[in-house]
Design a binder for this molecule. Structure first.
Ligand code: 5GP
Ligand code: ZN
Length: 112
């Protein structure tokens, strides 16, 4: 999609430190890490928000979660947090669906 930051990363128009790539997904390090491991897992297909990952898209939603488990295992993370922010009030700032994989430090709950 034009003018989408993460689509530009997918198309290699903007560089990113890529950790994982398949035909459907890309995962790369967050530019502003909030934990020692902070990786964003995104579908190559553009969706604005997680709300669009309805029953028509369970396969891609499942692949994102499975990729998170695979990357966490590769990083030898036993404890980690997966976050998908949906819309502004939840903290979404980039409107291309992404899952945050955060780990390597003790996390607090509930989040702010
Ligand atoms: P959100 O706030 O939408 O849930 O998460 C967006 C994430 O994208 C933020 O954690 C932010 O640091 C990250 N981000 C924003 N711009 C870039 C960029 O150009 N490159 C990378 N690698 N991450 C980015
Ligand atoms: Zn996009």
């Amino acid at each position: 999609m034009d003018n989408c930051l993460f689509c530009k990363i997918i198309n290699k128009q903007i560089p990113a430190a890529i950790e994982y790539e398949t035909d459907d997904l890309l995962a790369f390090n967050d530019i502003s890490p909030q934990a020692p491991v902070h990786i964003l897992i995104i579908p190559k297909q553009h969706f604005n928000t997680p709300a669009e990952l309805n029953n028509s898209y369970v396969e891609i939603a499942g692949k994102i979660t499975a990729a998170a488990a695979e990357i966490a295992a590769k990083k030898q993370l036993n404890s980690y947090r997966l976050v998908m922010n949906c819309n502004e009030d939840a903290g979404q700032s980039v409107f291309h669906v992404h899952m945050h994989l955060l780990g390597g430090r003790k996390m607090n709950w509930p989040p702010g």
